[in-house]
Design a protein around this ligand. Structure first.
Ligand SMILES: [Zn+2]
Length: 103
């Protein structure tokens, strides 16, 4: 009949009528809902991974030294860090140029 959907539970093999969840064990049996949940979980995991990503070792080193209590370490660290940022910017620009024109 129209509007009636039978779904077999993959966990307990119980046959359910017009239900997204198994009547016997409560498992999610609507495949569309399940896929949606999996997609959301994957996106969440990716977001978490992004937050855990650390800046590269040189940047971390300079950031630590820039908070050093000794002034004679802090000042050269700031100067070298600005040089490092410029080097990274030029490197990123060159990488962009090469990738843009070699495709
Ligand atoms: Zn079940």
């Amino acid at each position: 009949m129209a509007g009636e959907t039978y779904r077999r539970c993959p966990e307990c093999n119980h046959l359910n009528l017009n239900s997204d969840y198994c009547e016997q064990c409560g498992a999610l049996i609507n495949i569309n809902l399940r896929r949606m949940q999996e997609r959301e979980k994957l996106a969440e995991d990716k977001e978490k991974e992004k937050q855990l990503e650390k800046p590269n070792a040189v940047s971390q080193y300079f950031k630590k030294k820039m908070q050093h209590p000794n002034l004679f370490i802090r000042i050269p660290a700031k100067a070298l860090y600005s040089v490092w940022v410029v080097v990274m910017a030029i490197g990123a620009f060159l990488a962009f140029v090469f990738s843009y024109f070699t495709v």
